[in-house]
Design a protein around this ligand. Structure first.
Ligand code: DGJ
Length: 727
């Protein structure tokens, strides 16, 4: 897997190689990342010349420049004018760094990043290369870690700065990875969006200059996911080369692709230097969040499969085989804040016998919360709404055959709350300045231990008292007025990172104390849909937009990086509360089936025939759930390019598959589409329901399934269940 053949290191996975070299002047040079290569003598590769306006350095008999070399971990100030991966300032203010190779080590397993989410499950077969470099100007050490996950074609990276110098230093920029490519013939792919419109796929050509994707919001954000892909120009969902990069982190990040004057490309992903800086005392060390990189020559689906496997096999709670994803009904879109013993008991009665596992009581049960203007931080039951605490509701829930789940927004505080009266200084604020509210709320300073302790105690009390089995963890605003009154002036820019580490510590503590409680992440829908959250919580509410047609793009885009086992989709009422659109109950159900399935509506207000359908949909999800949790997901037909959106899930043993094709609109006189399945056994036959015919896997993949828009039906959805038959 990791081979050292001086002066080269070869990091090999099943289908990829990553090659590094140390040059005679001890600079670390990047040689290759992509398809698998032999452990050849790569001295012939990336040979340098002298070029105008690129400052010269002498390298043995030749002159070259840092500015034109593919560098493994570039710094600032010594002739490379492209984006630096690292920028560290000495106590004397010197802002010039030069890293030279010192030593290396190959470690079996992984190195732990303290207090951070990371791929740390099933890592016995993983090997880690640790290369230590020394800054010859300021005098600190840098350790570059590369962990090789052979089967998934994944390499994770992190960077450690050890302050071995004589005084404090300041890290002003630290990318978790940097990769230099010798070409710029790529398209850049990102997942962009907004509230209720998350993770739409955007593909654009690269040209000279820097394209940066980032968040400065204190969360990974609705607007831009911490992910970037570089694809060959001809790459499609199924064919072609593509590199994927993702950061395991839930707050401010920056990803960039820079094309230089010579037509090469530098990619980086890591903490956002605009909102991050870290003072490191002599003798201390700092580790960057972990980044994942992968390469596939099997198109975007191939890249996605590698990310999905990394998550399902190695990422904390998402990789815990004992975790079962319950089928949920949530009362948010049914009652909003209007709740009481009577209202919720009626809601529960209406759900009786439908086969739902868990009822989740959403926002509005605590403090004096009648709308969004109060009570965040007061995690005790509102006795005006619920006379006997939540006991009546919880007992009723169990009598109706369901477990009990509950909503929290642990990181928030309302100005109108008991918590604010007692601790007005616990909110994030800038001394002497009124903090800006958003959704009428402020954010708690989670970098403070006493704040985290207080919230933990309140949540633990509720969990114990009501034997809560499921928590929906929300986060409904972004950070402003950043800084902490407990940090000294020269550490204020550490705050966002310290905040998210405090959040992670609370999540970890709850997981450790209540290992049987299931957590669902949420941030106004999918505003924090990232591998950081998925380390602690095995699923995330994909979007506040529950419109089935809108969900096509959202779920399709999300699957670029995240597995179906991480996504949640609920059937909600129509006209839809976000778009006003009406879509048939069947289409709403079918579009949600690819995710962790549930409902978010008033069953009692449904038409009888819709209510009747629920039992069938629940049974259908029981049959499909194994595919959602473990199956291989294929994007077949893009809703960004066509009126037809199609996707597929195939079981690990290829015995079963499920194809779902949905029209985004109505069209008169539409043609019949033939949707080509993927990932089947070409030599075997499959029975196709509901067509009632048996076809070869080869036929299904080469000729496809007929998808004809029914006449005069808007947003029609056709689902096919494929089952292998023995000859
Ligand atoms: C935003 C979430 O995404 C919704 O599902 C709901 O929980 C509300 N917050 C409650 O305030």
């Amino acid at each position: 897997m990791i081979l050292h053949q001086e002066p080269f290191w070869f990091l090999n996975t099943k289908n990829t190689s990553y090659v590094i070299r140390v040059l005679p002047n001890q600079t670390l040079q990047h040689i290759h990342y992509g398809g698998r290569v032999s452990a050849d003598d790569f001295s012939y590769y990336n040979v340098f010349q002298d070029r105008a306006f690129s400052p010269r350095i002498l390298m043995g008999p030749i002159c070259t420049s840092h500015d034109i070399m593919p560098l493994e971990y570039p710094t600032f100030g010594r002739g490379d004018f492209r984006a630096p991966a690292l920028r560290v300032e000495g106590l004397d203010g010197r802002d010039v760094n030069e890293l030279q190779y010192k030593s290396y080590e190959i470690i079996s397993g992984k190195v732990h990043i303290p207090r951070m989410p990371q791929l740390d499950v099933n890592v016995d077969d993983v090997q880690t290369l640790a290369i230590t470099l020394e800054d010859v100007i300021v005098g600190y050490e840098v350790v570059l870690y590369y962990s090789v996950f052979e089967n998934e074609d994944i390499i994770t990276r992190t960077v450690e700065i050890r302050n071995t110098s004589n005084g404090a230093i300041r890290i002003n920029n630290i990318a978790s990875l940097s990769v230099d490519f010798e070409s710029a013939d790529f398209d850049l792919v990102s997942l962009e969006g907004s509230w209720a419109r998350e993770r739409h796929i955007c593909r654009r050509a690269l040209c000279q200059g820097t394209t940066s994707l980032e968040s400065r919001r204190g969360s990974s954000s609705h607007q831009m996911n911490p992910f970037l892909a570089l694809a060959d120009k001809h790459t499609s969902e199924h064919w072609g080369g593509v590199y994927g990069f993702s950061l395991i982190y839930s707050a401010d990040f920056k990803a960039l692709a820079e094309v230089s004057q010579y037509g090469d490309t530098r990619v980086q992903i890591g903490l956002n230097p605009e909102t991050f800086s870290w003072k490191l005392e002599k003798g201390d060390s700092f580790m960057a969040p972990e980044a994942i990189m992968t390469y596939s020559d099997k198109g975007f689906n191939g890249m996605s499969h590698n990310f999905h496997q990394a998550c399902r096999n190695h990422l904390g709670k998402s990789a815990d085989p004992s975790v079962k994803h319950p089928l949920v009904i949530n009362n948010w879109e049914a009652t909003y804040f209007n709740m009481s013993d009577e209202i919720i008991k009626q809601f529960l009665d209406d759900c009786k016998g439908l086969g739902i596992d868990t009822f989740v009581l959403d926002d509005g049960w605590f403090g004096r919360r009648c709308d969004d203007s109060s009570s965040l931080g007061d995690w005790f039951v509102d006795e005006n709404k619920f006379s006997n605490g939540l006991h009546n509701v919880v007992n009723h829930c169990r009598e109706n055959g369901m477990e009990f789940g509950i909503w929290f927004e642990p990181e928030m505080i309302s100005r109108n709350s008991r918590l604010f009266e007692e601790h007005p200084d616990w909110c994030i604020h800038c001394e002497g300045v009124e903090p800006i509210p958003s959704r009428n709320q402020l954010v708690l300073d989670m970098s403070r231990e006493e704040v985290v302790d207080h919230i933990f105690e309140q949540m633990a009390k509720i969990i114990r008292e009501y034997n809560v089995s499921y928590i929906k963890w929300d986060f409904n605003r972004n950070l402003t007025d950043n800084g902490s009154s407990t940090l000294p002036a020269d550490r204020q820019k550490e705050h966002t990172h310290r905040f998210v580490m405090g959040v992670y510590s609370l999540m970890q503590r709850l997981n450790d104390t209540f290992p049987e409680v299931f957590f669902e992440g949420c941030s106004g829908g999918g505003g924090r849909f990232d591998f950081g959250i998925l380390y602690y919580m095995p699923q995330i509410w994909t979007s506040d937009d529950t419109d089935a047609v809108e969900r096509l793009k959202i779920q399709y885009g999300t699957s670029m990086v995240y597995p179906t086992s991480a996504m949640v989709a609920h059937v909600s009422a129509c006209p839809n509360h976000q778009t006003g659109r009406s879509v048939s109950f069947d289409t709403r159900g079918e579009v949600a089936q690819m995710c962790n399935y549930g409902y978010e509506l008033h069953v009692g207000k449904l038409a009888t025939e819709e209510k009747e359908k629920i039992k069938g949909q629940v049974a259908r999800h029981r049959a499909l759930d194994e595919l959602v949790q473990k199956g291989t997901f294929y994007r077949l037909n893009s809703p960004f390019d066509s009126i037809l959106c199609a996707w597929e899930l195939v079981s690990e043993d290829k015995e079963k598959a499920y194809v779902c094709a949905t029209f985004q609109t109505a069209m008169p006189n539409a043609k019949t589409f033939y949707v080509k399945a993927q990932g089947l056994d070409a030599d075997c036959k499959y029975y196709v329901k509901p067509l009632g015919i048996t076809l070869g896997g080869d036929t299904l993949m080469q000729a496809g399934l007929p998808v004809r828009m029914p006449d005069a039906v808007e947003y029609a959805c056709l689902a096919f269940d494929l089952e292998k038959v023995s000859e």
